[in-house]
Design a protein around this ligand. Sequence first.
Ligand SMILES: O=C(O)c1cccc(C(=O)CC[C@H]2O[C@@H](n3cnc4c(=O)[nH]cnc43)[C@H](O)[C@@H]2O)c1
Ligand code: ZN
Length: 353
Amino acid sequence: MTDRLVDARAPRDLHSFIAGLPKAELHVHHVGSASPRIVAELAARHPDSKVPTDPEALVDYFTFTDFAHFIDVYLSVVDLIRTPEDVRLLTYEVARDLARQQVRYAELTITPFSSTRRGIDELGFMAAIEDARKAAEAEFGTVLRWCFDIPGEAGLESAEETVRLATEDRVRPEGLVSFGLGGPEIGVPRPQFKPYFDRAIAAGLHSVPHAGETTGPETVWDALTHLRAERIGHGTSSAQDPKLLAHLAEHRIPLEVCPTSNIATRAVRTIDEHPIKEFVRAGIVVTINSDDPPMFGTDLNNEYAVAARLLDLDERGLAGLAKNAVDASFLDDAGKARISAEIDTYTAAWLAP
Ligand SMILES: O=C(O)c1cccc(C(=O)CC[C@H]2O[C@@H](n3cnc4c(=O)[nH]cnc43)[C@H](O)[C@@H]2O)c1
Ligand SMILES: [Zn+2]
């Protein structure tokens, strides 16, 4: 992990506290979590790829001029994943990277449409993620769950395919808990996806679309009204609308805040202009997440350090943020209670004289 984008500047002790703090990650993308090590291994399997494997070259390759450029680069990494064995490797290694950061539970956003349209067999794909999920839980103790997202810019065909993969008994994986919407927002109105979210919700999935990342607060309203969002991915531009802030706080709709991502994709100009403080001030449930960590030169621990600086938090404040993520997760009550208790025990031991 490099701190090339954001210097978290948290005191050394706080970094150590964060490193050992049990955490939940609610907004992290499957392909976007491919570390240089994973990219190098996939590229070795598929040497015709244009993705560099040298870590130095990857830092340049993962420097984005804007959100559209980010998506182009993202899709070039998607092109590296061609077989169910590639899918398994990616998923298992992502879990290993999460476990190293003391992530006890993660909801990983997966875009199955991007893989099935590139020719990966759908049942092979689902078997690969499930196999990795079970192995990760047994070997690392990290519980993984899936969010399947529609890549909105790929059109309604991608929405139909994603909801089919998410709801058809024969295909739907056991670890699937939620349904999302990702990719660019400009020119991709949220309301058109209502029928697909209705079907996913009817099948028992939670609604967690991205909204207000690269467009204004009206997109967040659309996600709430039309897609019945239970959490909002990013929601950054909500800060421009006091009524929306009050609504999110009153209805306890958590925001999945990913500070470094917003700088890397140039959705927010500088880290000090990030609206996270306004969210907290408005009483919104804020969760801290990493989005596409290696692509943005970050990881979840660094995002907590960034949040500590922006919100001026000590250990108790950081533990509170970690518990927000547990509470906002789709884990069952017993699982939530277990991780929350672990956070309390860890924090009390750290602060004991
Ligand atoms: O797979 C395709 O062929 C394809 C065709 C047209 C458009 C797309 C996409 O737009 C894919 C977007 C892809 O990006 C993922 N992602 C990762 N991080 C973010 C983020 O911060 N905000 C929005 N989307 C993000 C998303 O999960 C999609 O998989 C694909
Ligand atoms: Zn995202």
